[in-house]
Ligand binder design. Structure first.
Ligand code: FMN
Length: 396
């Protein structure tokens, strides 16, 4: 493990080690993207559409990467995106992620598709945000929100880009399924990855029993090996803006809507009371061929100037983070790299990944001629050259 961590020098390096250390179906679950991977590629490539114009002879001997969000100060302008089933990547995955986020003072969003009761995470790290997938009917929605309130979470994220399940093609190819089926292939993958088998899977089963979906409803869901799982998740197609309005009525703390790409949807969410938006195409895992959130960012920021606009998808470098902030994002989130880092070395791996990205941001700020991340919020475009932004750059 130590050797693997030593050779992880940037976020992308964790993927290579996770591929080796995790069973193929688990790695395949994390790396999956929809169909032709066009949305995923759009996310990665979008950052190449603009370049920095750095300023020189600025005193950058002191630098501050911190941001404020919903009255809370964070040490970095990035956080950990919600990632389902993370307790299959490392032992007690959601706790490993929230502990790492807490130790580095960055935001972390716990997924509603998780295998550890949300109360445990809220108790240990009360500053964690909770992400809900809405259940199918109003009584179930109300009960779930009441449970999240009761647990003590202070920021609720509602994911709205998954009205139905995505194409499972890539899951099938890698042997991943929910319910988890104990096929000869999965059995072989388990025994040929003894560190994962003993340190994550068997340790979990021995100490806590077969994992269940704990947080999709107010009550405990089905075990991950149960045939009823599909039914548990397949009843969201009718959800609409009325449901968001209802949640706003129930939830008095900051409410964030995740999975928006259109400026019209963003402004509708804000009109209905959302306190923040996370632009996202779910890391390219839902609709293939979706535009990257980064491309839509300036339009949404212009349309919704009063709430923090955040985004995720394809962020792998400090320079990606700073480009998002320069176009008006308040904060960004990172998904797969932290999931891979969890698979490589649990909490320690995640902390290393956070530290690597933080160091890149700090270095890039100095080279940009920037002392405070918050200065980007006010006037970030002067640091960017982008064909569509050329006029504003000349004006600066
Ligand atoms: C394995 C995996 C599981 C995910 N599970 C969830 C989830 O439960 N809820 C959610 O809102 N988003 C989920 N996402 C999407 C992420 O929150 C985020 O939008 C995406 O990973 C960002 O793209 P990136 O992986 O390129 O950083 C998941 C992503 C991955 C890779």
């Amino acid at each position: 493990m130590k050797k693997a961590l030593k050779s992880c020098l940037c976020l992308n390096d964790f993927e290579r080690h996770a591929r080796r250390l995790l069973p193929e179906p688990i790695f395949g679950y994390i790396s999956a993207a929809a169909e032709e991977r066009a949305s995923f590629d759009n996310n990665i490539n979008a950052f190449k559409s603009c370049a920095f114009v750095n300023r020189v002879l600025v005193d950058v001997s002191r630098r501050d990467c911190g941001v404020e969000l919903f009255g809370q100060r964070y040490a970095q302008p990035f956080g950990i995106a919600p990632v389902g089933l993370s307790a299959l990547f490392t032992y007690r995955g959601d706790l490993a992620l929230s502990n790492a986020a807490s130790s580095r003072q960055i935001p972390m969003i716990m997924s509603g598709s998780s295998l550890i009761p949300l109360e445990e995470v809220a108790q240990r790290n009360p500053q964690t945000w909770f992400q809900a997938y809405l259940p199918g009917n109003i009584d179930q929605i109300d009960a779930l929100i009441r449970r999240v309130i009761q647990a003590g979470f202070k920021t609720l994220v509602i994911t709205v880009d998954t009205p139905i399940n995505p194409n499972k093609e890539h899951y099938i190819r890698s042997g991943f399924s929910t319910p988890l089926r104990f096929t000869p292939r999965l059995f072989w993958q388990g025994i040929s990855h003894p560190r994962w088998l003993a340190g994550t899977f068997l340790k979990t089963v021995i100490k806590h029993g077969i994992p269940h979906f704990e947080n999709n409803y107010a009550t405990r869901g089905a075990p991950i090996v149960s045939r009823n799982i599909e039914r548990d998740f397949s009843d969201r197609g009718h959800l609409n803006w009325e449901h968001l309005k209802r949640i706003r009525g129930l939830w008095k703390h900051p409410l964030v809507v995740k999975g928006i790409l259109s400026p019209q949807d963003a402004s509708m969410a804000v009109e209905l009371g959302a306190d923040g938006i996370i632009l996202s195409n779910h890391g390219g895992r839902q609709l293939d061929g979706a535009v990257s959130p980064f491309e839509m960012l300036p339009l949404v920021v212009e349309r919704c100037p009063r709430v923090p606009i955040m985004l995720d998808g394809g962020i792998r470098r400090g320079s990606d983070v700073l480009k998002c902030l320069a176009l008006g994002a308040r904060c960004v989130f990172v998904g797969r790299p932290f999931a891979y880092a969890a698979g490589v070395a649990g909490q320690q791996g995640i902390e290393q990944a956070i530290d690597l990205l933080s160091a890149e941001i700090d270095r890039d700020m100095a080279m940009l001629g920037l002392t405070r991340v918050s200065d980007l919020h006010a006037d970030g475009r002067r640091f960017l050259h982008r064909p569509g932004l050329a006029r504003s750059l000349r004006a600066a």
